[in-house]
Design a protein around this ligand. Structure first.
Ligand SMILES: Cc1cc2nc3c(=O)[nH]c(=O)nc-3n(C[C@H](O)[C@H](O)[C@H](O)COP(=O)(O)OP(=O)(O)OC[C@H]3O[C@@H](n4cnc5c(N)ncnc54)[C@H](O)[C@@H]3O)c2cc1C
Length: 425
């Protein structure tokens, strides 16, 4: 019987992971750390920083440990996804590949290459809309409100699956180690943190248990979500959703259960509303693909040439990146990003608007810098939101009056003081 490869790149989790029971017979679990995504460059910027690389290594290590406890081995590879999978398949005589249906154009391209050689089965593991609700890309509404109004009334999110992997069918942890040497060296070189990364499965499940059930912070989410810093004003589930450590369907069902068993209010609804924004951008990416990286994104004529910055713009861009614009509200948010790898949604909207509309810099430079820094980097949410603010995506341009926003959202300047006067270690 031929062997199946089960690629877990976008589903670094055991809960609600349909790939773990997608196929019968002998199978091999594999993850590829894509070299270009973590070591490549775009527009003169590194695509990922050390923090993001270390997080990814820690997430993979956590999954490997969790699978090993079920007697399932994980082959971890490093390089170009399509080449790594092709070489592995030749070594172990695999002819079939199972994987999550991707959203990012470079992942879709890799799968198209692989589909010419293997039987590839893609399961949409990370979307809310599946099965009969899967949107038709040709008639996908262009803006969020019609998208939400069309699909929200129909939304019946499928129950999370409970995987019952039969360990006997999987390559064992000991056998998997024979293939892992290059990856182990990478881990050693970049000193991955201990496998308890905030974006990992265990931390994500614990966080939501606290945010939704114990702390009941979901009950004030709509009022608190515009805060700029803190620990309970929002869900902080973006990083595990982006890495695939958390299932969005599982999260949705948790909210629905809370609404049924404890209380439903505008805030519990609003968390679902925000998850629909995530969903919206995912389908927009599937529809328009690589167009999103064109200068005019989905609106203008195709122009994939790199942004050009004159020397004044380059200096202004560097100051923006380094939190040295002398606009305190912008600098405070950028410092938070540079230190923690995260920023509130309110902060992101403001620094993006400032870069694009006040400094007049090509929106793709900002999106590329966020890609490098964000620990919750998600291709569709990042590039889609940047284009949204620039006016090249699913909206007309959105310009924020940064002074007014600062007065409104940081009226006593506490956030700015916290970020700009406290000397961080
Ligand atoms: C310029 C810009 C870039 C962004 N880049 C990213 C990115 O790379 N990755 C990312 O996950 N989000 C991105 N966002 C969206 C949003 O800012 C983050 O999802 C949110 O701040 C994460 O914090 P949270 O998990 O506590 O969110 P919560 O407020 O608790 O929201 C719950 C979830 O809803 C989803 N969500 C909320 N707002 C949005 C939104 N505007 N667009 C898409 N999904 C949303 C996220 O999955 C989020 O985790 C970006 C927004 C802007 C304006």
């Amino acid at each position: 019987m031929s062997v199946s490869l089960v690629l877990l790149n976008d589903t670094l989790r055991l809960h609600d992971n349909p790939l773990l029971n997608a196929c019968a017979g002998p199978k091999v679990a594999v993850v590829v750390l894509n070299k270009a995504a973590f070591f490549g460059r775009q527009y003169g910027l590194a695509r990922a920083n050390l923090q993001r690389l270390q997080q990814q290594l820690a997430l993979i290590a956590e999954l490997k440990t969790a699978l090993a406890e079920q007697q399932i081995g994980l082959i971890t590879l490093f390089g170009d996804t399509a080449s790594c999978i092709t070489q592995l398949a030749q070594r172990i005589n695999a002819t079939r590949l199972y994987c999550a249906e991707p959203v990012a154009p470079h992942e879709r391209t890799a799968l198209q290459q692989l589909a010419t050689r293997f039987s590839v089965t893609q399961l949409d593991c990370n979307s809310l809309l599946g099965g009969a609700l899967r949107p038709q890309l040709s008639s996908l509404p262009h803006s969020f409100t019609p998208f939400r109004k069309q699909l929200e009334p129909l939304l019946m999110v499928s129950e999370p699956v409970t995987p019952l992997p039969n360990a006997g069918d999987w390559l064992s942890p000991i056998a998997a180690e024979l293939y892992n040497s290059e990856f182990a060296a990478l881990q050693q070189q970049y000193q991955a943190q201990q496998p308890d990364a905030a974006a990992g499965e265990q931390a994500a499940l614990a966080r939501l248990e606290y945010f939704i059930w114990q702390g009941r912070h979901i009950l004030h989410y709509k009022d608190s979500r515009n805060q700029l810093s803190g620990s309970d004003y929002a869900s902080f589930c973006s990083a595990p959703l982006a890495s695939g450590g958390l299932s969005v369907r599982w999260l949705w069902q948790q909210i629905v259960q809370f609404e049924t068993q404890v209380a439903a209010n505008e805030s519990t609804y609003w968390l679902k509303f925000e998850l629909l924004w995530r969903e919206f951008f995912r389908w927009q990416f599937r529809k328009h693909g690589a167009r999103w990286f064109s200068k005019g994104a989905i609106k203008g004529r195709l122009d994939f040439s790199a942004p050009t910055l004159n020397s004044a713009q380059q200096a202004a861009f560097n100051r923006w990146c380094n939190a040295e614009t002398s606009m305190a509200f912008i600098d405070a948010n950028m410092r938070l990003l540079n230190q923690s790898g995260l920023m509130s949604n309110r902060g992101r909207q403001n620094v993006a608007s400032y870069l694009v509309h006040d400094l007049g810099i090509d929106w793709r430079m900002g999106a590329a810098y966020f890609e490098q820094r964000l620990l919750d980097y998600d291709c569709a949410s990042n590039w889609g939101n940047w284009a949204y603010i620039a006016g090249t995506g699913n909206s007309s341009e959105r310009q924020f009056n940064v002074q007014k926003q600062a007065q409104h959202y940081d009226p006593d300047g506490a956030f700015v003081r916290q970020m700009l006067t406290v000397q961080q270690p």
